[in-house]
Design a protein around this ligand. Structure first.
Ligand code: ADP
Ligand code: MG
Length: 277
């Protein structure tokens, strides 16, 4: 029996047409509806449907290859879906470019941070913020003071966030010279500078040492308390289970279940999915 046949059998056991996620949320910031993405014969995203409630840290877990990163790529506009719909704050962003989706308040980080050639950490930080008046050419002439103020504000915010993460000593380092763990922190810090409503983090703790990992968790909690919603992919179960509620489980591109960390950790289907993967 192939994997996909096995998954069909498993799904037919538990009424396959039922949506496994909780779709009864009151204040939805992100809605993913019946999303599909194939790479050749491989169905990486298989009718994924779920919602993220505003104000939550929602976990997204699943075995390696379950399609978590692909889902992030689809949601944030880096991949084009074959079918389905993505809504941010009720706006259909399915066919939008990443930059437009960011303007609607959804920012993501990458599992493998992008290379930031020729930039210092501080410069890399300043690539992030959206809606800078300096991007409007006319404003440079009509309102140079607001452009200058905004740039100074961005610089101050960048310094503050680097300090919060205790990586301000890296500000003048070439972004390509810092460690993998530090780069993950810079990615996160940079994303925060864009003041997202919802931030999608793809394995932020991977390759980050325990001390920095605790700082990372603290920062995520602090930002969440200040109003940022998080959708968090994480392989480190302790990290994700201590931060996230609810947790959504993805298996072979499909939402297997959603529940509290306790419910998820004690669910037979989830245990089977991890052992099978
Ligand atoms: P996860 O993040 O849950 O580990 P991924 O979303 O990275 O899983 O991958 C899901 C499946 O899709 C895997 O089998 C992977 O090899 C495949 N995949 C992901 N991206 C691509 C791509 N750009 N081209 C071909 N296959 C891909
Ligand atoms: Mg991944």
């Amino acid at each position: 029996m192939t994997d996909s046949q096995a998954s069909q059998v498993a799904n037919s056991d538990s009424s396959s047409e039922e949506v496994a996620a909780n779709m009864d949320k009151e204040n939805v910031v992100l809605r993913v509806d019946d999303l599909v993405k194939s790479f050749g014969a491989l169905v990486a995203t298989d009718h994924a449907t779920f919602e993220v409630e505003r104000g939550t840290i929602t976990g997204l877990i699943g075995p390696n290859g379950a399609g978590k990163s692909t889902l992030f790529n689809l949601i944030s506009g880096f991949y084009e879906s074959d079918a389905g719909r993505v809504e941010v704050n009720g706006t259909d962003v399915t066919d939008m470019e990443p930059y437009d989706i960011a303007d609607h308040g959804l920012i993501r980080t990458f599992q493998t941070p992008r290379k930031l050639e020729g930039m210092t950490v501080r410069e890399a930080m300043l690539v992030g913020p959206r809606e800078q008046p300096g991007e409007s050419f006319i404003k440079l002439f009509t309102d140079p003071e607001s452009v200058r103020q905004r740039e100074q504000q961005n610089l101050d915010d960048a310094e503050q966030i680097l300090e919060d993460f205790e990586i301000d000593h890296l500000a003048t380092q070439p972004a390509t010279k810092i460690s993998g763990g530090q780069l993950k922190l810079v990615e996160l810090a940079r994303a925060m500078l864009a003041e997202p409503e919802i931030l999608l983090l793809d394995e932020p703790a991977a390759g980050v040492n325990p001390t920095l990992r605790n700082k990372l968790a603290e920062q995520i909690r602090r930002l969440n308390e200040q109003g940022t919603t998080f959708l968090l992919i994480e392989h480190d179960m302790e990290f994700v289970m201590s931060l996230a509620d609810p947790v959504i489980v993805l298996d072979r591109g499909h939402v297997l279940m959603e529940g509290t960390p306790d419910e998820v950790q004690n669910d037979e289907r989830v245990i089977d999915a991890y052992l099978g993967g």
